[in-house]
Design a protein around this ligand. Structure first.
Ligand code: NAD
Length: 354
């Protein structure tokens, strides 16, 4: 599989985002986000999303350089409508505002509505944790055909509705849980399809509701569904993400007729640790919890016990050294997307050379 440096993928992403109309700053945010997702090991939310973003742009369902609307700002509660703006920029901007508010008055509840795909939610959690804040987010996915089958359902009714929670830990490393409420994120089925490999047991059902390992129907024909993780409990969390993001935060719901876009809405909380107590003592206690959890004897087949956030940090170290693999199908799709924006092969190759 071809291997690229983070710098090369960053240049290609900037070139494509700029050609879609993003200004330099927005293009840089998209590139930083996608490449960091690849580095974290989440190829589902890395540069492989570019062809989809370009499609959304051509269809008028992703609006570069959008100006978000502050729907209401009542101190502790901030409501922002992103109006299909480029998700990475819209979510960065909204979370930065929420962090500033939390620093000012202690906490902020952020309702972000209708951003185009905001990508890896953990990126925003890292932003908050780096600023000394605890972060939670209930996120939904709308404007897209349904892809998650909830518990006891033989067909989909929701998106992959991610949940995320993070808190700063000792040595500046946050404990960060960031996950789809489906057994795997949709992009992971796409990655498997592009690589021509099956997905793991228990992740997918086919059009009849029967278990399958073959992602072809799901990706190519839009049939079947991803299953909720953790039986009724993960499924319940998916439903609550939908309710928090669509009903409470007021974003578009999965029940609304889709136009074929990807809209993320999010109900997030940002809490400034310094308003709860001594941040050093709190992060020290976070470290005590993780050390205790990790002190358990590893189960057979495992070398150690990990806490949320550790796998991504390990991937990032490894991929920063070895480079990022992008499968041939994904790379061809990225090239074709660039071409559809009028980017010449020479321009593309020059960017890809880093
Ligand atoms: P995943 O199944 O890899 O789970 C990731 C979480 O589990 C992380 O917090 C990770 O640190 C933790 N984890 C993984 N292995 C672990 C281990 N061995 N021990 C302890 N903790 C471990 O991720 P996913 O569900 O496929 O989600 C991937 C990404 O997709 C996330 O970044 C998510 O935000 C993103 N996503 C985005 C959207 C969207 O619409 N924007 C929708 C769904 C998912």
């Amino acid at each position: 599989m071809p291997v690229f440096s983070p710098r090369a993928l960053d240049s290609v992403t900037r070139l494509i985002a700029r050609r879609m109309g993003s200004d330099e700053a927005e293009a840089a945010e998209v590139a930083d986000h996608l490449v960091r997702a690849n580095l974290a090991g989440h190829d589902s939310h890395g540069v492989g999303m570019l062809p989809r973003y370009v499609e959304l742009f051509h269809d008028g369902l992703l609006v570069p350089n959008q100006t978000p609307v502050i729907v209401s700002d009542t101190g502790a509660v901030l409501v922002i409508d992103a109006r299909r703006g480029c998700g990475q920029h819209m979510a960065n901007d909204a979370v930065r505002r929420a962090i500033a508010r939390a620093r000012d008055i202690g906490a902020c509840v952020l309702a972000l509505r209708n951003a185009s795909h905001i990508g890896r939610i953990g990126t925003y959690a890292e932003l908050a944790a780096d600023a000394g804040c605890a972060f939670t987010a209930f996120v939904n996915v709308a404007d897209h055909h349904d892809i998650q089958a909830t518990w006891q359902a033989a067909e989909p009714r929701l998106g992959t509705n991610p949940f995320c929670a993070a808190v700063p830990g000792p040595d500046g490393e946050p404990v960060l849980l960031d996950m789809a409420t489906t057994t795997i994120a949709a992009g992971k089925a796409r990655v498997a399809y592009n690589k021509g490999v099956p997905v793991a047991d228990g992740c997918l059902i086919d059009a009849e509701g029967a278990p399958t390992n073959d992602p072809t129907g799901f990706i190519r024909d839009h049939t079947g569904a991803l299953r909720a993780f953790g039986a009724h409990k993960g499924s319940g969390l998916a439903v609550m993400c939908e309710i928090m993001a669509a009903a409470v935060a007021g974003g578009q719901g999965a029940f609304a007729p889709p136009k074929g876009g990807i809209l993320n809405s999010m109900l997030a909380t940002v809490i400034d640790l310094s308003k709860l107590g001594d941040p050093a003592a709190i992060t020290g206690d976070v470290g005590a919890v993780t050390a205790y959890v990790k002190s358990a004897r590893p189960a057979p087949g495992y070398d150690d016990v990990l806490v949320p956030g550790e796998p991504e940090r390990r991937h990032a170290v490894e991929r920063a050294e070895r480079g990022i693999e992008v499968d041939g199908t994904t790379w061809r799709d990225i090239r074709a997307a660039a071409e559809s924006l009028g980017i010449s092969a020479a321009e593309f190759d020059q960017a890809a050379a880093g």
